[in-house]
Design a protein around this ligand. Structure first.
Ligand code: SF4
Length: 286
């Protein structure tokens, strides 16, 4: 943190948050852009999904860390990782956050992550949602529990942006940050394109230890990937809202980095217009 401060760099932190309050004096030494903390539901659900190693509750310590971070004026990005096991508990977590005053804090934001299969090693794939299934379930949940929207307003592709700004967002030529704005470093000295590939044998793009090396051909392939480079995307009508998706998911699916990870843009826009433009029926909206 001292070195970041000396270089005038902002730091973004991802943590399980269990000892966040204790670390705050150290974290405050540099400018913190945000601290991302995960709560997977209210106490009972969260503690079941994210217990201490060896057992034990983590919820109260994380909540105390979020309280202290917000009180210090440091932005908190509260992440909830969603699957079929905890979605119905989201209203309870939303109410908890509302009652605690978090949702009124200017430096508080939320992010819903989808629990998904990246490496074919998930122990319970039946609980996973597809991207569209998750947003459909969220839409249905928010109809029944509008407080969910006070906690988190889903983007539904570009629908929230359209509703909030009255204009389209900048075109998205590239949805993937790998080897562009994102790199990942593991404990063995290898460098990867992003957090989705870190640790995968054979997917490193260089090393930082014991020597600094770069696989420039592979890095260039990552950096060149966008909706103009992927043949199937070039004529796609939703390409500038989709951006070609995640390169790692695409390569897991096809073996080729320059292939598609299609996002259900049209269906998401339909959900988004129904959520943010109530009063119109689906036909009028489309
Ligand atoms: S929906 Fe599929 S084909 Fe269209 S831009 Fe996205 S990844 Fe490419």
């Amino acid at each position: 943190m001292d070195r970041a401060a000396a270089r005038g760099m902002e730091v973004a932190i991802v943590t399980n948050g269990h000892r966040l309050a204790e670390y705050l004096p150290i974290l405050r030494r540099a400018k913190v852009r945000e601290i991302q903390v995960t709560l997977d539901g209210p106490r009972e659900i969260h503690d079941r999904r994210r217990p201490l190693l060896g057992g034990g509750s983590t919820f109260d310590a994380i909540v105390a860390g979020v309280d202290a971070t917000l009180a210090a004026g440091i932005p908190v990005n509260l992440r909830v990782v969603i699957d079929r096991d905890n979605l119905e508990a989201l209203p309870a977590l939303a109410n908890f956050a509302i009652e605690r005053g978090w949702t009124k804090a200017p430096s508080f934001k939320t992010q819903l992550g989808r629990n998904y299969e990246l490496h074919h090693c998930h122990t319970g794939p039946q609980v996973l949602y597809s991207r569209l299934e998750m947003y459909e379930a969220l839409f249905d949940l928010a109809q029944r529990h509008p407080e969910v929207l006070e906690f988190h307003r889903p983007a539904y592709s570009i629908a929230k942006y359209l509703f909030d700004n009255g204009s389209t967002p900048p075109p998205l030529f590239d949805a993937c940050s790998g080897c562009k704005t994102e790199w990942a470093f593991d404990h063995t000295g290898r460098i990867y394109s992003c957090t989705a590939t870190v640790g995968k044998v054979g997917e490193e793009v260089g090393t930082f230890w014991p020597a600094v090396t770069r696989d420039d051909a592979e890095i260039t392939r990552w950096q060149d990937r966008d909706v103009l480079a992927i043949e199937a995307c070039r004529e796609c009508p939703v390409r500038l809202a989709c951006g070609g998706g995640c390169a790692s998911v695409a390569r897991n699916r096809t073996g080729d980095l320059h292939s598609t990870d299609c996002r259900p843009i049209r269906e998401l826009l339909e959900l988004g217009t129904a959520a943010y433009l109530p009063g119109l029926d689906a036909g009028e909206k489309s």
